[in-house]
Design a binder for this molecule. Sequence first.
Ligand code: SF4
Length: 209
Amino acid sequence: MNKDKAILIIQKLKNYYPDAKCSLDFETPFQMLVAVVLSAQCTDERVNKTTPSIFSKYPTVYDFDKMELSTLEELIHPCGFYKNKAKNLKAAARTIIERYGGEVPQSMDELMSIPGVGRKSANVIMLEAFHNPQGIAVDTHAKRISNRVGFSNESDPLKIEQDLLKVFPKEYYYDVNHLLVWHGRNICNSRSPKCDECPIKDLCENFNF
Ligand code: SF4
């Protein structure tokens, strides 16, 4: 897809969803990291219901490091895959303390060196915690919409992100990240996209999908 058309799509989505933003609740970069890890295979809504009681008692990376694994498992149980997520969060806390002096690092490579943090999560953390997006997080919504609209024909999230980065200048990263998620949740959902009411149907390669 050419750049002008891709940008027009994003501008139309921006007009349609002027308030699109991150829907995970957090107060610090470490809490953002925790929320992102918990959001894998889980809704943001459920994460937001789970984290307040955790962050009120265990707000910092040092609290997570000291916490018993079994305690963390119990606390994050509602978010699913709790054993793996708890193991990763404990290892993440230890890595951040030992390697980064207790501060969540602010580069993609460093973030991706933390257990449980892949490229998608690193993109989200750079965007939401540091307001310095380095790329476009390709989650299930971004993947589906990119394929349907015609931003990318790839199925591998890494390749989809490369296609997105070819057409969107950096100043659009913030909006693209949020708008694809919001459009996926509200109109272009997985099973029954509401194409008739879609604000970008005239530009979509899969109108009447
Ligand atoms: S026209 Fe349909 S398939 Fe295309 S973006 Fe809109 S909802 Fe999705």
